[in-house]
Design a protein around this ligand. Structure first.
Ligand code: CP
Length: 312
């Protein structure tokens, strides 16, 4: 595929077609090769990007900084508490000002409408580093990892265990796009965003993917090639809600016994950070089946590919 993404915004997988997602995945694998063989790839001169993180980050922020440095792009980190936004300046004003100073914006924030508003007001590329509805840079790293470990993106089954927000939505869209079966194991009462469910259905009809929500952990694990653990409560819930979720997810701890119910050669993935022994046991995290650190490393290669594809 020729790169038709230059100058556009990278907000969510729902906005991308199969070819575009695959292009970014393969480009990420190419950048990994370059990184490993120390082949220089400083493709940009005179670009300065802004990084705005309204939430903490270990992987995404540092992966972005390193990726930008390797590409020759300077990064200015914007602390939200030091911007006038923190005392109420409208986003549309902030966005139009930053648009005049920078060549790209990498943003982690709360509601998805915030990145959409940035996109509306800014001409520079806006890259979503996580919102309530999407974690697309994570999604490209996950697809990269799946391709590395399984050699393909179709004819696979994922058993996803965790709460239903950004990472779940991104996984739903990519599974439906590539024809992977996906069992989302969640306690009763947790509901997915209807717009994402509709888009997932639409794509699954085209690809033949079977996407289901289930409370039956064993059925979800059966024949799974990938067991994907995800945080159960990282979206700023109240103490009371966290306690309720802890109880609700108790039957779904990913331990060695759970892994033994998936395929023999199943891999364990997690976007991290993980709550060890609450979501997944230390034993599984440290096991041969676990690919979490390769997956975490791939955040850097995939973010580099995304910047390279979208930068003007
Ligand atoms: N997976 C992920 O987004 O990690 P960080 O929160 O550390 O960026």
């Amino acid at each position: 595929m020729r790169n038709n993404l230059r100058g556009k915004d990278f907000l969510a997988f729902k906005d991308l077609n199969r070819e575009e997602i695959e292009f970014l995945t393969d480009l990420s694998l190419d950048f990994k090769k370059k990184f490993v063989s120390r082949e220089p790839h400083r493709y940009f001169e005179d670009q300065v990007w802004a990084a705005l993180f309204e939430k903490n980050s270990t992987r995404t922020r540092n992966a972005f900084q390193r990726a930008a440095a390797d590409l020759g792009i300077e990064v200015v980190y914007l602390r939200p508490d030091e911007l006038q936004m923190s005392r109420g300046e409208p986003l549309k004003d902030t966005a139009r000002i930053l648009d005049r100073y920078f060549d790209g914006l990498f943003i982690r924030t709360f509601g998805h409408e915030i990145v959409e508003e940035c996109s509306d007001w800014m001409r520079i590329p806006v890259i979503n580093g996580l919102t309530s509805l999407a974690h697309p840079t994570q999604g490209i790293a996950d697809l990269m990892t799946i391709k590395e470990k399984k050699g393909r993106l179709n004819n696979l089954k994922i058993c996803y265990v965790g709460n239903i927000y950004n990472v779940a939505y991104t996984t739903m869209i990519f599974a439906a796009t590539f024809g992977m079966d996906l069992s989302i194991v969640v306690p009763e009462g947790l509901e997915a965003d209807p717009m994402i469910v509709e888009e997932t259905k639409r794509r699954a009809e085209l690809s033949g993917a079977k996407i289901e929500f289930t409370q039956d952990f064993d059925a979800g694990l059966k024949d799974a090639d990938i067991v994907y653990g995800m945080s159960q409560y990282s979206m700023g819930q109240s103490e009371e809600e966290i306690e309720r979720l802890k109880q609700a997810f108790k039957p779904y701890l990913i331990d060695a016994e759970a892994m033994s119910k998936a395929k023999k050669d199943a891999i364990f993935m997690h976007c991290l950070p993980a709550y060890r022994d609450l979501e997944v046991t230390d034993e599984v995290m440290e096991s041969e089946q676990s690919v979490i650190f390769d997956q975490g490393e791939n955040r850097m290669h995939s973010i580099k590919a995304i910047i390279a594809a979208y930068a003007n």
